[in-house]
Design a protein around this ligand. Sequence first.
Ligand code: C5P
Length: 402
Amino acid sequence: MPPLLLKAETVSLACKKILLGVTGGIAAYKAAELCRLLVKAGADVQVVMTAAAQQFVTPLTFQALSGKPVLTSLWDAASGDGMEHIHLSRNADLLLVAPASADFLARLAQGRADDALSTLCLARACKLAVAPAMNHEMWAAAPTRRNLERLHEDGVQVLGPAAGEQACGEVGLGRMLEPVDIMSAVSGLLGVGALAGKRVLVTAGPTFEPIDPVRGLTNLSSGKMGYAVARAAAEAGAEVCLVSGATCLAVPAGVRRIDVQSAADMHRTVLAELPCDVFIAVAAVADYRVDAAAAQKIKKTADGLTLRLIANPDILAEVAALPDAPFCVGFAAETEQLAEFAEAKRLRKKLPLLVGNLAQDTLGQDTAELVLFDNQGQHRLPRAGKLTQARNLIAHLANQLN
Ligand code: C5P
């Protein structure tokens, strides 16, 4: 059995110049970790802090982490010609504001220029990304919604936020993305990594096949593996579209998600999203659907109920058979005889790469043991977290693709 060729690559931001704006919120302490990760990845980082940010973390912390004095004011007489707010973004690759408070987003949406960071944003000549962080009610509030809409129109990339427990003790959407997730989005935005410039289409999660307006047939897929694959592809610099059945997972940073319900919806959506360079079908697509779903709720009778099922289109096989087919990757969850069934499936669907796993060891879990099947043979990936496995898979396929 040949060994796996590549270890998952870590993000390299060598030669990239990043302006890291920090605004006033408790998540400012996480920006210190983000700064460390950016520097560790090789980026040249210049930190700019608002006055409120300095109430949470001192500029000295960021100076120590970035190796450079932090810009905190427009009125610093020591800075050359006093035009730092213009010069700084001229040779930067990205201006990243993390955390971005509700107040800062409002100022950004209005085009205010009343401190060093907002002026830099207005005067910038590089991409701008913001990672919002605020209480969930502030995030949901109508003025914040309006500001976000305006920022989208202005081409500002919005990373997150994530859902979960907040510093105030409440639970909801508004936490800043974790620094590692922001790193993935940054590598995607900067087009670095083994899949830079590639368009990757991923399916994930279960499908739901309606029986009547309130019932349906589905399966136990959690979507965790598909979401991890989408995230790993974005980390590797790809433009990623994730076509997802119902899950309760957050969209990975930098990934565009399209929600679907049935296999027919997924089929239609995938075909509409082509062409792409790589198609990774992780979804647990129902093989059958109910022939004619009832328009009204089916009433209970003593006689039982017989449903006629008809075959769904095989999305992966159809895409793989296209004349200009992308590099197609399939998943095979088997309950027995993994090697024979998986390799037979790979050949039948004409796939360069198929990922096999034992369904009972994987479904709904956070870890997986995988075997990759390709023209060179089998490559075993011993049990590890699904994100680690997804990164290994992406590294392997990038190697084959290139
Ligand atoms: O044939 P089987 O369902 O076992 O194949 C599994 C692989 O095919 C997975 O990659 C799955 O996402 C994909 N598939 C599909 N459309 C179907 C059934 C499976 O894309 N209708």
